[in-house]
Design a protein around this ligand. Structure first.
Ligand code: SF4
Length: 337
């Protein structure tokens, strides 16, 4: 598969009155054409900050980027581009959709005008051409009566239909990369399935690479090619869907998997829940960030950060349990196949 995006040693901090919050702490990954990379982890683990930083959507006045951080697309480092330059990529080559469509759509413009705007800016169309194409795009995202609907405003659409409009805007210019940040969280379960199916259909048609952010492992199981697990601003495990679900190696991944309800679970009645809270990112621990909540933590975990251990070409984990000298620990029974 062809690599289309390379994120290298991404470090993002926010300067606040309380101090410097280290929200993303040395994240590196590639994105390949046509794949779906699902990023999972609890709220505040840095998933959204990481995605927004790719398109430079973070507030400039308080955001600080690591000196060796790079986001390479088409052999150019997006992190050093000014607003004018990055706008040429935003919405055209790389698009992003967010959790809440209402905060993204402009309530004072018709849906047709909002989709057409992107075509006018990025594809040199005049208004008439753009509105004509907009009708086709609305049909593509399965909005009925597209000719009439383009004249309506966002408040005249249901939640699921609004999210389709957002997808239509994101995909209007056939982007090579789609960053989807919890795109179905605010929707009913049945609509969620329809939206995910729609993203996949469009992805197949356009061969777009999708980075999907979610806290829902059910969604990851449904759509992922690869899964990246984040904790406290770092990637702690990454692998193909099969590797992460069938052979997870990090205690935090185990905890995520144990907390998924299943028909097969033998633990009737109560679901597993992980105790404790994530570390304070104003002053992150020098060792493993998960140590305070990890039932397998050893002395070394609190002192030294575990390195990334490659288990296969596609699977890596960052945990001292994988050190040859570490005691043997089995995957918890409740997630063993
Ligand atoms: Fe747990 Fe240690 Fe592994 Fe961190 S490095 S996840 S504390 S065993």
């Amino acid at each position: 598969m062809k690599k289309i995006l390379e994120v290298q040693d991404l470090k993002i901090s926010f300067n606040t009155y309380a101090g410097k919050i280290k929200a993303v702490r040395g994240v590196s990954f590639d994105l390949f054409k046509g794949e779906t990379l699902v990023v999972v982890g609890e709220s505040g683990c840095g998933k959204t900050v990481m995605a927004k930083s790719i398109l430079k959507l973070l507030p400039e006045n308080i955001t600080e980027l690591g000196s060796s951080s790079k986001v390479v697309f088409q052999e150019k480092d997006l992190t050093v581009m000014n607003e004018k330059k990055i706008r040429k990529f935003r919405g055209k080559d790389i698009s992003m959709i967010f959790q809440d469509p209402m905060s993204y759509l402009n309530p004072t413009m018709t849906v047709g005008e909002q989709i057409a705007e992107s075509l006018i800016i990025h594809q040199d169309m005049n208004k008439k051409q753009a509105l004509k194409k907009t009708v086709d795009i609305l049909k593509l995202v399965k909005i009925p009566n597209a000719n009439e609907r383009i004249k309506q405003y966002p408040h005249e659409f249901s939640g699921g239909m609004r999210q389709r409009v957002v997808i239509a805007i994101a995909l209007a210019c056939n982007p090579q990369i789609l960053l989807a940040d919890e795109p179905t969280t605010a929707l009913d379960v049945t609509i969620q399935a329809e939206i995910l199916e729609l993203i996949q259909e469009l992805q197949d048609r356009l061969d777009t690479a999708v980075m999907l952010i979610t806290h829902d492992l059910g969604i990851a199981a449904e759509v992922a090619d690869r899964i990246q697990v984040m904790y406290a601003g770092e990637i702690v495990e990454r692998g193909t869907k099969e590797e992460v679900f069938n052979s997870p190696k990090h205690p935090y991944t185990w905890a995520l998997l144990r907390s998924v309800p299943t028909f097969k679970t033998k633990d009737q009645g109560t679901l597993y829940s992980l105790g404790g809270t994530p570390p304070d990112l104003l002053d992150p621990p020098s060792g493993c960030a998960f140590a305070a909540r990890c039932e397998y933590a050893m002395n070394i975990c609190k002192k030294s950060k575990p390195q990334h251990d490659s288990l296969t070409n596609t699977h890596f984990v960052s945990c001292w349990l994988n050190h040859p000298m570490a005691p043997k620990v089995d995957i918890p029974k409740s997630i063993r196949k």
